[in-house]
Design a protein around this ligand. Structure first.
Ligand code: THG
Length: 271
């Protein structure tokens, strides 16, 4: 599983505070912990700063990259902020995100051609979230063709089928899992990704729901997840599922984790 560490998101109060203080030290500390916990990418979302977003990216991306060897996931709904991130990031970041919306495609495809980032593409367009797995695959196919035209390889592209909250639609996870299967079968070589926390929006015991959702996704071949790698129970569920599913190297990794683990009591579930 490719892990995108989600903690540096300005929707979280402590991150927004640190960004407002321009506290690079705190951000580096959080990034380092997530890296040590196994993140391949560190998601950075400064969008809640509104007009200050681009300045924050220009300040903190170089600092994070100078202090740690990290590859960032540039997370913003704002194409101008994504452009600023692409210009200042060294190496190939993960662009989070593109979608099938014409406005996004028009603004981002030329930048993708120029900077060749890895790309998360949301399976949605101007009609909103697809209501069937077939529609999700249709959107993914359309975006896949456009990204190949810009010179990306299939393995650089992560499709995010976007799960609806299960409290709003009890069929949402089945639909998501079916979309995963269709994308994997219809677009071989491309990757899939999910943010875990949407599934539990508005529900109690969110961490339990998120980690059970992760296990179901793993069974259906999910390649990457945006998650909190400091959530020990989540990472235990990930490690044990990968071992039981026989993923390469996973039994060895499970044994290492089990041997290295301290026997501190598990955290209670947050609401
Ligand atoms: N797909 C893609 N990108 C994404 C998402 C996705 N980026 C944002 C989000 N979803 C994933 N990132 C986060 C970051 C932090 C939190 C949740 C998702 C988080 N949530 C707390 C919670 O759920 O309890 C509430 C916030 C808080 O702590 O104050 O921390 O799906 N491509």
């Amino acid at each position: 599983m490719i892990i995108v560490g989600e903690r540096l998101n300005s929707t979280r109060a402590e991150v927004l505070d640190a960004l407002r203080r321009r506290d690079g030290e705190w951000l580096v500390g959080q990034a380092q912990k997530q890296k040590e916990a196994g993140s391949a990418f560190i998601d950075l979302n400064c969008a809640a700063l509104l007009d200050g977003e681009i300045e924050a990216l220009n300040r903190h991306i170089p600092e994070l990259q100078e202090r740690l060897q990290v590859v960032l996931s540039l997370d913003s709904p704002n194409p101008a902020a994504l452009e600023a991130g692409l210009r200042i990031h060294r190496g190939r970041p993960l662009l989070n995100s593109l979608s099938g919306e014409p406005k996004k495609l028009k603004a981002l495809l030329p930048l993708i051609g120029e900077f060749k980032p890895k790309v998360i593409a949301l399976c949605m367009d101007d009609a909103g979230l697809p209501s069937t797995p077939e529609e999700s695959l249709d959107v993914a196919r359309r975006v896949a063709d456009l990204l190949l035209e810009q010179g990306l390889n299939p393995e650089d592209v992560f499709f995010d089928p976007l799960v609806r909250p299960v409290g709003i639609d009890p069929g949402s996870v089945r639909q998501f899992l079916s979309a995963l299967e269709k994308i994997k079968a219809g677009l071989p070589g491309f990757k899939t990704i999910a943010g875990l926390s949407n599934v539990s929006f508005g529900m109690p015991s969110r961490r339990l729901l998120n980690r059970t959702f992760l296990v179901l996704c793993l069974k259906n071949g999910l390649d990457a997840a945006i998650l909190d790698p400091l959530d020990r129970e989540l990472m235990d569920a990930l490690s044990s599922s990968e071992a039981l599913l026989g993923r390469e190297g996973a039994v060895r990794a499970f044994l290492q984790r089990a041997r290295g683990k301290k026997s501190s009591p598990p955290k209670p579930d947050r609401v």
